[in-house]
Design a protein around this ligand. Sequence first.
Ligand code: GDP
Ligand code: MG
Ligand code: ZN
Length: 399
Amino acid sequence: MQAELNIGLLGHVDHGKTSVTKALTGTWTDIHSMEIKRGISIKLGYADSVFKKCKKCSGAEAFTSKDKCKCGNGEFEYTRKVAFVDAPGHETLMATVISASSIIDGALLIIAANEPCPQPQTKEHKMLLETLGIKNLVIVQNKIDLVTPEKAEENHKQIKEFLADSMYKDSPIIPISANYDANIDALIEAIEKYLPTPKREEGKDPLMYIARSFDVNKPGTEIEKLVGGVLGGSLIQGNLKVGDEIEIRPGISKSEKSPPMPITSKIIGLHEGKESYQDVSPGGLIGLSTLLDPSITKADGLVGNVIGLPGKLPPVLSEADFEYSLLDRVDFENLGIHQNEILVINIGTTTTLGVVDKIKKSKMHIRLRHPICANPGTTLAISRKVGQRWRLCGKGKLL
Ligand code: GDP
Ligand code: MG
Ligand code: ZN
């Protein structure tokens, strides 16, 4: 069974995103040695889980991701496979969070009960979700084991206040303890109720965003035993199947100066977690085995590219026109963007610098450092340099 949707875990560093992912799925997603050393997630973590509803129990009690219900019963009347994308909460990794968020259908915003709310990345991530138009959100009030009931209540009020003027003012707030596995059933119930599987349009050409890319061969593997590059990402629309010829755009450049050339290959395997499929539809993080030279795919080399059928991909643009609006930032001056200003544009899983060529009140023309492959109407996030850092400052739509 393939996951039906992707749910992002966002929130301030150390508030418990990776721990909540573990409580929901049984998987610890901080797997890279650098991440373990620094204690923060750098790359996207990914894990999935099958949620079930016990036939014998009722209310939140009935929900579980385990093989058996707490009551001992193992028969379920409902199941849904859900994929979780665990984003880094560190302030310097915002670009990774933005690109992760381009493949999610709904989100959990993790807020630790033992710190005043909102913390800086709590604010930043909420703003990002609004910018990308992600409507379905569940607030997870984590670490309730560390506070008294009075403190938890006070923190709940702060969260309510923080959300009061936003599209999330009615989002549920579920108190849990990820470390003590407390109230996880209520969280699953809220996910089932508030984060529905989106309706997918039938009959569209496949479009997959690449979020990871790998060389899965161990160093020193003999040439005859080498396997092709692996691409990880999410199908935004349409279907892909084993045997399909694919095109990857914008592709790769032969040298620094030359424009990227599209690449073609063939799908020889489709995977999600440990399972293999003959065909896949949107939902979950898909691993696609190809015949590509693994030196191209190694170390996330193809992140930001898109996959589709040959000749059926969106146009590749090295300059773009888009509509935009600036966010209300209280923490820095976010006044008019000016001509020749350098911005960071995130569109799909692509991150690129761009120079503002022409600008009007709600439209701009921008020259891009790296070309993008995207359809008109695609949402984009705009960041600008404030002091030493790139800060989310606006949203836009490709014209
Ligand atoms: P992330 O940076 O948001 O991914 O946070 P982590 O999941 O890595 O958690 C940060 C720290 O908080 C770790 O030491 C966790 O063990 C701890 N932690 C996470 N959830 C809980 C919880 O529910 N209760 C307590 N006491 N500690 C927690
Ligand atoms: Mg983490
Ligand atoms: Zn039961």
